[in-house]
Every structure is written in C-alpha cells, then in structure tokens.
Design a protein around this ligand. Structure first.
Ligand code: AMP
Length: 336
C-alpha cells in the first residue's frame, strides 16, 4: 500500500479566527484530513514575536484549539507548538542554514517590524520577528511535510523553507528533506472589509477582520460597512466589490454569485443587495461552527486532555526527525 503523504499547517493564537484564515487555509485543512496524514499546529512560539500578554497567550491558544475543532479540524491532528520543543531545536539548527539577507527580504518582516515599532513605547522590534520564518521552516520540515495548505501571504516563507531544506541537503550530501509545496484554496487571499487593498488580518486592528465566531449581527454590520468604491474609476471591478464576490464564491453560494455578477455586468448591481447576500452567506457558513463551539466550551477539560495526548503522539514523529538531523549534522544524541 502506498504511504500517505504528509500535510502540515499552522496558525498563530493571536486572536479570533477570521474568514481569511478559514477560506484561505482552515477549510482546506478540514478537507485534506480524509486523504493525508495531517499535522495542524497552534503556534504559540510565533505569537511571542510581537508585543504580547502571557496570560492572554495561554487563553488564546486554548480558544483557538476550540475554534479549530468547531470548524471541523479533528483533535487527533491538532498540537500545540510549545508542547513539541523539537520545533525550537530544529529552528536553531536551521538558523545556520539561512542567511541574514534572506530574512530581511521577507515582506512580512517589513510590515510587522513597522507595526511593532509603532505599537511599543520604546520602538522595540524583537529579533524573533526577523527569524520566525526559520522557526516556520522547522515547523514544516520537522514532520517532513509534502504539502502545506496556506494562504497566499505565506508563499514567500514557504520558498524560504524550501531553500533551507535544499541547503541542508546539499551540505549533508543527502536528499534528507523533501521540498514542501504550497496548497492554495480558490480564495488564497481574503481582503479586509475596511480596506480592501490589504489582506484581512487580526493584527491590523478589529475592523480589518471578520471573526467566524462573531455574533451574526456583528457579521452583518461589518459587511454592511465594507468599503465598496475607492473613488478610482479604472473601469475594473473595485477591490472591495471583488472581495465581496470572492466571499460569496468561497461560501459556495454560486446561484447568487452568478445572478449578482450578471447584474454587475449589466451595470444594475445594487451594492446594498450584494452586501446583504454576502452577510447571510457568511452567517450560514459559520452557524454550525457557533453551535459546535458552545458544546466544546462546556467540555474544556476534555478538549485539553485530547490535545495533550495528540501533542505527545505527534511529538514522537518530531523526535525521530531530530535524532536523524543531529546524526547528519555532526551533533550528539544521548542514547538512553
Ligand atoms: P495566521 O493567522 O497569520 O497565523 O495565518 C493562519 C493561516 O491563515 C495561514 O495559512 C495564512 O496564510 C492564512 N491566512 C491568514 N490571513 C489570510 C487572508 N487574509 N486570506 C487568506 N488566507 C489567510
């Protein structure tokens, strides 16, 4: 029998899960579970790269676990990064297989370092913000993943992971790491409702992300106030309207999508109508998640137990990789 291919993907516990996370990545995570050997991590080490509150980090981590389970992720595939310390150990090794120049070219570093600089009083920018794509390479390669379902924003980081794997393989004279590939959904980049020229993101501020667990009225309100016209008339569909249409498509409301698109082409589309349909589509997608979430919240103890068990099992695979990597790299393993 052919061995199942491995899928790995991660998400940061930096706030609620939004429709960008869901349509860009998590929806795919759920579909892939039937076909692949899947590892899905809540990456709390990554959330330390921006100014943060330790108590909140811990509660956000468990909240996100519950959110992912509510959206259909199987708890046996879920782990918490800090419960698998091999990620950090491999990350150090990879620090020596990645150049400083490569890191400074990462667009996310450029964006987030200016955000961090503005949000902290003393202009502090953590070195971890520069090096976190290396930790991300370790997250992926420690499971020797074949595929990484992510949003478009992660493409550059994945290319870096491939470079690191290649450099390691070249230096060790062995094709040890496979070169992982991105898997995109049909909606790899969901834009912010408040500024459709930038991606939907929780770190940019509340108005830039629509939580999938928000109260339906809040979802309706956010879509109602979504920016549609940006004032420019290039003849092309404006980014805000395009974003609303892509949310409708991602929600699988193809009949409404086609008929509203017809209206758009004829020039008779009413934005208020488009918004109403999109808001109801998002509420419909997220309704079952809200229901499931309420049940999981009432069983938090059980959830924690399941995730700790899964993390211990998943750690076994990471430990196996680390042992082999250390062997190859001339490092020492203590034999028990
Ligand atoms: P993060 O919240 O940055 O940890 O991202 C978790 C996953 O969601 C990653 O695979 C991202 O690529 C994806 N993602 C985040 N924001 C968006 C967005 N606006 N559109 C599409 N995918 C996204």
């Amino acid at each position: 029998m052919e061995e199942k291919k491995t899928v790995l993907s991660c998400i940061q516990p930096t706030g609620d899960m939004h429709f960008g996370n869901y349509f860009g990545a998590v929806q795919n995570w759920v579909h892939l579970q039937d076909t692949y050997d899947c590892y899905y991590g809540v990456v709390d080490y990554h959330a330390m790269t921006m100014p943060y509150n330790p108590k909140k980090l811990r509660s956000n981590t468990w909240d996100l676990i519950i959110n992912l389970m509510s959206a259909g992720v199987d708890p046996k595939n879920l782990f918490i990064q800090s419960m698998v310390p091999e990620h950090a150990e491999l990350s150090w090794i990879f620090n020596c297989f990645c150049s400083f120049g490569q890191l400074t070219r990462m667009t996310q570093f450029k964006d987030k370092s200016s955000q961090s600089n503005q949000s902290s009083e003393d202009g502090f920018i953590a070195a971890g913000l520069l090096t976190y794509p290396i930790l991300q390479a370790a997250d992926i390669l420690v499971y020797r993943a074949d595929f990484v379902p992510v949003g478009k924003d992660q493409e550059q980081h994945l290319e870096l992971s491939r470079n690191i794997a290649q450099r390691f393989n070249n230096q060790m004279g062995k094709e040890y790491f496979k070169l992982p590939e991105c898997l995109f959904t049909e909606t790899p980049k969901v834009m912010s409702p408040a500024d459709p020229t930038r991606k939907m993101s929780k770190s940019a501020g509340e108005k830039h992300a629509i939580s999938i667990f928000a109260d339906p009225d809040r979802i309706r309100k956010q879509i109602k106030s979504a920016v549609t016209d940006t004032g420019e008339s290039s003849g092309e569909m404006s980014p805000g309207v395009a974003n609303l249409f892509s949310l409708l498509k991602a929600s699988n409301e193809m009949d409404s999508y086609n008929s509203l698109m017809e209206d758009y082409k004829k020039g008779s589309l009413k934005y208020s109508e488009l918004k109403e349909v999109v808001a109801e589509a998002l509420v419909k997608v997220s309704d079952p998640f809200r229901e499931k979430r309420a049940k999981l919240v009432a069983n938090k103890k059980d959830v924690k137990y399941q995730i700790k068990q899964a993390s211990i099992r998943i750690r076994g695979r990471a430990q196996e990789t680390l042992r082999e990597v250390k062997e190859l790299a001339g490092l020492l393993n203590a034999k028990m």
